[in-house]
Design a protein around this ligand. Sequence first.
Ligand SMILES: NC(=O)c1ccc[n+]([C@@H]2O[C@H](COP(=O)([O-])OP(=O)(O)OC[C@H]3O[C@@H](n4cnc5c(N)ncnc54)[C@H](OP(=O)(O)O)[C@@H]3O)[C@@H](O)[C@H]2O)c1
Length: 333
Amino acid sequence: MEYRFLGSSGLKVSALSFGSWVTFGEQVDTTLAYQQMQAAFDAGVNFFDNAEGYESGASESIMGEVIAKAGWKRSDLVLSTKIFWGGDGPNDTGLSLKHVKEGTDAALQRLQTEYVDLIFCHRPDIHTPIEETVWAMNQVIREGKALYWGTSEWSAEQIRTAHAVARREHLRPPSMEQPQYNMFHRDRVEREYSSLYRELGLGTTVWSPLASGLLTGKYNQGIPQGSRLDLAKYGWLKEMLLDSEEGRARLEKVGKLAPLAAELDISMAQLALAWCLKNPNVSSVITGASSVAQLQQNLQALEAVSKLDESVMEKIEDILANKPQEPEDWRAV
Ligand SMILES: NC(=O)c1ccc[n+]([C@@H]2O[C@H](COP(=O)([O-])OP(=O)(O)OC[C@H]3O[C@@H](n4cnc5c(N)ncnc54)[C@H](OP(=O)(O)O)[C@@H]3O)[C@@H](O)[C@H]2O)c1
């Protein structure tokens, strides 16, 4: 396993990590979760990602049970949760001081741990003053309930504002962001945040590296039974990813990437994960899996990274045809 610094922090996270969205509590029970997490841990994964909103807390409960049973050293783990969607009450969502405190306490109980290493603001909350959220995040850190705080799907401007508030108030600024990043979704990580890595030392733990499985090629001939886009509850995801002109264009690109993966003697999943791992601004690529076999295959993506040399990356770029525009370098003119 390769370990990368989380931005400019002193924390090292496994370059490939394991997350539980959709799977734990929906497709994966505690027994299977144990097998998956053990396989991940044995392969050197130290970062396990979760959120209070995943299956209404059931995902954290399962992860907590697995960790308690496995008996791993706490210092060998980097655990996360994300706060925003905690329930139906008027104060159960968002990033108010009240919900951050109560959501964190409940998550820690479900995870059966005294602290999470990473706590994320799962989305920006336009109803809560940023000062309140920055302070709330600092408060949970001060209470020893979390070590580093970060954001998920915040704009570069929102992250910069949080930084400025934290610096002004002599508080801890966010250390990391959790954005979507895959071959079809690049703009934010590659363009919008580009100055934040250097200027703020931002780390990133990226999600949906396989675009929910699309990039494995499994949807090229229709929707396999039991796959994520076959789940009734996630009909909205199927609509978003497949049922549109854009969705059909994506599948066409996946079709064109397949011979390239075959040429390199790797699976499509490994190609897509290795492509994310090539980005030096990515601290960790969070993989998700509904079986142990999928996870084992994905964990081998690290070995595929060296196969993605400049010429292969160029071929991928030609197929994707979606490279975000880099800022103009007027000195080079
Ligand atoms: N911060 C956020 O807002 C946010 C949002 C989403 C996710 N996340 C985090 O990121 C993690 C990863 O996201 P994701 O689950 O969407 O990742 P993903 O890699 O895009 O999709 C994972 C899914 O693809 C399928 N799959 C994975 N490997 C495969 C393989 N080798 N062959 C065939 N199918 C394969 C499986 O679904 P099926 O077998 O069911 O088809 C699996 O559950 C989540 O678990 C969560 O921790 C965060």
